[in-house]
Ligand binder design. Structure first.
Ligand code: BTN
Length: 238
């Protein structure tokens, strides 16, 4: 990927800025990074707290359809590699919560759309709590890397490492080596083998999470068979 970085002091959401650029034809590799987002968003329409001191960015990619399915698990793997490189104990919770010491340090949001005549665009959003403060209500489930490491971290260094690793993973996906990425995801996973409750648009299911597949889907043994889930919210039951 040939990266081209747009740095903003403040914006609503880097996803929206990136989308506008992509709609105007921005090439793959355009990255929007902001010190602060006033309207950061997470999966399932949630709000994503994005105060100063964190790392909030979106990468514009233009993948072939077959690389799209694993993009979000793949970017989780990329973030996992970088944090492990810092000596942190990383876990990935399906689909792509990044946990450090069991608490959520980051999240990934992939939004895809098609531009008529211009193929698929994937907006890969990465949010990582680095040196930022977390709102009181989030402190139990979330964590900033600074708290774990006991010192402030260089966001620039982290950012560069993340871009490099996202590039590595993306290459692997494009070259059809998705299975390698899946295998790495399985190793980092805190979801597989656990009894989980999944909350989806058409109801809740409980079962043992048994595997992930090439579209990023989660397989859960719900008792009367194994069922694939492509979206939803997973709660670890025990
Ligand atoms: C999640 O865990 O729900 C995903 C969170 C993704 C947050 C990032 S921060 C950069 C980009 N801009 C946004 O508004 N969201 C993503």
């Amino acid at each position: 990927i040939r990266y081209q970085v747009y740095y903003l002091e403040k914006c609503g959401s880097t996803q929206d800025v990136a989308r506008e650029l992509a709609e105007k034809g921005a090439p793959e590799g355009v990255v929007v990074v902001a010190e602060e987002q006033e309207n950061g968003r997470g999966r399932l329409g949630r709000r994503w707290f994005s105060g100063r001191g964190g790392l909030w960015f979106t990468v514009v990619l233009r993948p072939k359809p077959d690389a799209l399915g694993l993009l979000s698990l793949g970017v989780g793997v990329a973030v996992g590699r970088v944090l492990r490189g810092l000596g942190l104990s990383v876990g990935l919770k399906w689909p792509n919560d990044v946990l450090v010491d069991g608490r959520k340090a980051g999240g990934i949001l992939v939004e895809g759309f098609t531009v008529p005549g211009d193929g698929i665009v994937a907006l890969v959003g990465v949010g990582l709590n680095v040196n930022n403060e977390l709102p009181p209500g989030l402190a139990e489930v979330s964590v900033a890397l600074r708290e774990v490491v006991g010192a402030r971290l260089s966001r620039l260094q982290l950012f560069l490492k993340l871009l490099r690793e996202i590039d590595n993973v993306y290459l692997q996906l494009i070259e059809g080596r998705g299975e390698v990425i899946l295998e790495e995801w399985r190793r980092l996973s805190v979801t597989l083998g656990k009894t989980v409750k999944i909350i989806t648009a058409d109801g809740e299911y409980i079962g043992v999470a048994v595997d992930v597949g090439p579209l990023g889907e989660l397989y859960i043994d719900i008792g009367d068979g194994i069922r694939a889930f492509y979206a939803g919210d997973v709660v670890h039951v025990r």
